[in-house]
Design a protein around this ligand. Sequence first.
Ligand SMILES: Cc1ncc(COP(=O)(O)O)c(C=O)c1O
Length: 358
Amino acid sequence: MLNARKAVQVMHEYHPPLAGRKGLRLDFNENTDGCSPRVLARIRQITAEELARYPEREPVEALVAAHLGLPADQVLLTNGVDEAIHLMCEAYLEPQDEVIVVTPTFSMYEIFAEATGATVLRVQCEADLAFPLDKTLRAVTPATRLIAVASPNNPTGGVATREQLLAIAGSAPTAALLVDEAYYEFHGKTVLSDVVGHENLFVARTFSKAYGLAGLRAGILVGPRAQMPMVRRVSSPYSVNAVALAALPVALRDREYVDNYVEQVKIGRVRLEQELTHAGIPWWPSQANFVLMKIGARHREFVAAMRQREILVRDRSADPGCDGCARITLGTVAQTDQMLAALREVVTELKLGAEVRA
Ligand SMILES: Cc1ncc(COP(=O)(O)O)c(C=O)c1O
């Protein structure tokens, strides 16, 4: 009988709840407005010849590197941040190694790390879901080979500061620190320029969120000059497809589109936070395009009642430290109006926040 590797056999299956997503999609932190019309126009011009050829990544990689102000050899285009995480695990993890993941967070760090057979150590955020710097530093051992930190983090929306991240990189010189900046555009702070000068710092970005291209699957991995050839060895030369490569230069040029979308999300974020405060529903300050809130015991009913009103939101109650929590993604101003109207109805219907108001 054919057996998968032991590490794979004991892994949990991960099925994002993608089925039946009819309605306003405020459940996956996607862009809810669609990509820049210029990007769509470019994609519509794709020729049969472009599709017949294997995709050539390097020229676009050079362009993305120039956009980021970095040398091209430190920038790798990937099939989303997901592939960047996978490549880091493939390049650095042996079964006897340890990986530190700060929880609650994005699932794919654990999934790809566990598949290598490495041991995943979960460091829980503080009780208020703040970044646990001291606990993370204490978790580092000589076996630590990878530390994954999303900043802004999903699902909390919280961040690790540059000082905290550099303290971790400095305290674990034989580990790779992967800073996942998937939500960078909504925060505006980055450690990208620190990659030059640090021998173990990697930064990942994505076109899935602010740029509205989750379906194209395009991400960026930036890392130390000495390390990137190792990561490139385990990557497929064709993992970023021709359609994505045609779209990315146009996406990067249309700054106005991204700036406008980000502005609308930030307006929505403040409005949602105000609404939750008014309703007496606790929430966590977010630097991303979503807000995590504590609905309490009726979290499932909350998600179902929002769905009835064709607004999809995500139940995050199963995440460590997030008992009774839900996460709502922000979109355009008009979509925020629609979401807030539904939220008000559901808060009244389910009598949410009542204990706090009483
Ligand atoms: C922190 C974080 N990183 C990465 C991703 C996935 O990015 P990509 O679509 O580029 O694979 C997500 C998606 O939800 C995320 O929340």
